[in-house]
Write a protein that binds this ligand. Structure first.
Ligand code: GLN
Length: 495
């Protein structure tokens, strides 16, 4: 790899204009990576329940398995962040993660039926090395306190969603119209584009993402990380294929990471530690957010597959494709607009702080799930309801996501001391892991236990579940808004 550092960090961070050019390179690498990731997300549950060439699982089991798989994906972002901070640096982590994701997708393209868990395990570890570290690198393009940071993360978030939109729709449709092999193969090709983009543009990153300088006799650590991560594959395969093991993993990893952070806190000042505690508040609430939001790849996929019409405002569309990607389309269209609203409010000194934005995020989430619930009043005798209304639900939830997710990533980089940035970004995504895990459990609980229930009864099981989620989201939003003054104090000068 070319690690020559023509530019200094100072030169990169002193960029003129709104965005540093390096952001665009990271944007494209991440865009293609998310294509692959969201393509996979859309296919997982559908492949698991496919009775012909898939894994022939029952709906509730598939939900749990989905939650477990996605939980591991995000749990490994914590480990990927940790190893990047301590040993590999961001760039080598990205490179290694990209390779593993390509290998995983190729295995799935070759024989998804027999090697499903092997392929998935490669992509899990690969994403762990890739995803948190590319996000942290975005933060490192900016000096502390540079007011352009949030705009940078918003642009990056748009890139994420361009990938998610294209991959989320294309993979589901290719799988349905052609074959699972081809759809997984598409993910492999696109991930290769992501990695090549990164390899060819990384020289513009100067010293950013180079490995920390290890003492001489510790350079073998790097190889240990590579070999160790490969050694984990069989363990992950075993854990993902049996969801009980996932339960144990989830019980252990969260507390361990908390202890680790508390241990690291001993060497920081009181002000720095307060900020870290504030970061933990954001992290904890985000768990709840993702647990609801990520019904998307689980129960909402199954709901979409059986209970939705196949056009949006007269345009014929695949309901699963819409479920898996409409939210991304709305992010792309409205992210900039919402950004302008924040700037407009900022100028009038009425911009809500990050906590209130998080609270609003939950209120939008509640409204969206209420709309999913409300679809039941539009169902016909076959338990099929309006894709229009369903899509409107995603439209509303998108504003919730925009109030929480890009801002969350940005606030992690602002609230963490430099030495902890990778880990804290990993922790942010670990919250997604818990969210995904809970999403699977919640989704499984919504499946009508009676397999012979009518389509209408099955629909009502789902929609009643969405009603409950709406209520909980509403409560969470209100709690956040109430506690916001206390947490704001802990954040010090960070807004
Ligand atoms: N949609 C965002 C992404 O893919 C956030 C996902 C998450 O944190 N759960 O990056």
């Amino acid at each position: 790899m070319n690690t020559s550092s023509a530019l200094t960090l100072q030169e990169i961070q002193d960029f003129k204009g709104k965005y540093p050019k390096q952001l665009w390179y990271l944007f494209f690498s991440e865009m293609w990576e998310r294509f692959c990731f969201y393509g996979m997300r859309g296919m997982l549950v559908l492949f698991m329940v496919d009775k012909v060439v898939g894994l022939q699982m029952k709906d509730d089991a598939a939900n749990l398995q989905y939650g477990a798989t996605q939980a591991f994906v995000y749990a490994f972002t914590f480990i990927g962040g940790l190893f990047a901070d301590k040993i590999l640096g961001f760039r080598k982590s990205l490179f290694w993660g990209g390779i593993l994701m390509i290998v995983g997708s190729c295995i799935l393209a070759f024989d998804p039926h027999n090697f499903f868990f092997l392929g998935i395990s490669f992509t899990i570890i690969g994403t762990g090395f890739f995803k948190p570290n590319i996000s942290t690198m975005v933060g490192t393009l900016y000096k502390n306190g540079d007011s352009r940071t949030d705009a940078g993360f918003s642009l990056f978030y748009a890139g994420i969603n361009v990938g998610a939109l294209l991959g989320g729709y294309a993979c589901v449709v290719v799988a349905k119209e052609y074959s699972w092999n081809l759809a997984f193969g598409l993910a492999a090709i696109v991930m290769t584009i992501s990695l090549v983009t990164f390899i060819f543009t990384q020289k513009t990153l100067g010293p950013i993402g180079l490995p920390p300088v290890l003492e001489k006799n510790k350079s073998w650590y790097e190889y240990a990380v590579y070999i160790g991560s490969l050694g984990l594959i069989p363990i992950i395969m075993a854990m993902v294929s049996k969801t009980e093991y996932t339960d144990w993993f989830m019980y252990i990893i969260g507390p361990c990471t908390l202890v680790y952070i508390l241990y690291e806190m001993r060497s920081f000042s009181a002000a720095e530690n307060k900020k870290l505690f504030a970061a933990l508040v954001f992290i904890i609430f985000s768990i709840l957010f993702w647990a609801f939001f990520e019904q998307s790849g689980g129960s909402l996929s199954l709901f979409a597959a059986s209970h939705l019409t196949d056009n949006v405002m007269g345009i014929p569309l695949d309901p699963n494709g819409v479920n898996n990607s409409s939210n991304s389309l709305f992010v792309i269209i409205f992210a900039a607009l919402l950004g302008m609203v924040w700037i407009w409010m900022g100028k009038r000194k009425i911009e809500p702080n990050t906590l209130i934005k998080f609270g609003l995020g939950f209120l939008f989430l509640a409204a969206g799930f209420y709309i999913f619930y409300y679809t039941k009043f539009f169902a016909d005798a076959n338990g099929v309801t309006s894709l229009n209304l369903f899509t409107f639900g995603w439209f509303i939830i998108t504003f919730g996501e925009l109030c929480l997710s890009p801002i969350g990533m940005s606030i992690m980089t602002k609230l963490s001391p430099k030495r902890m940035q990778g880990v804290m970004m990993g922790m942010w995504f670990l919250a997604s892991a818990y969210g995904q895990y809970a999403a699977g459990i919640l989704g499984a609980g919504m499946v009508n236990p009676n397999e012979n229930a009518t389509a209408s009864e099955k629909l009502v099981s789902y929609t009643d579940g969405y009603y409950q989620l709406a209520i909980y989201a509403l409560i969470a939003g209100l709690v956040l808004i109430i506690i916001s003054p206390f947490v704001k104090k802990m954040m010090g000068e960070v807004k």
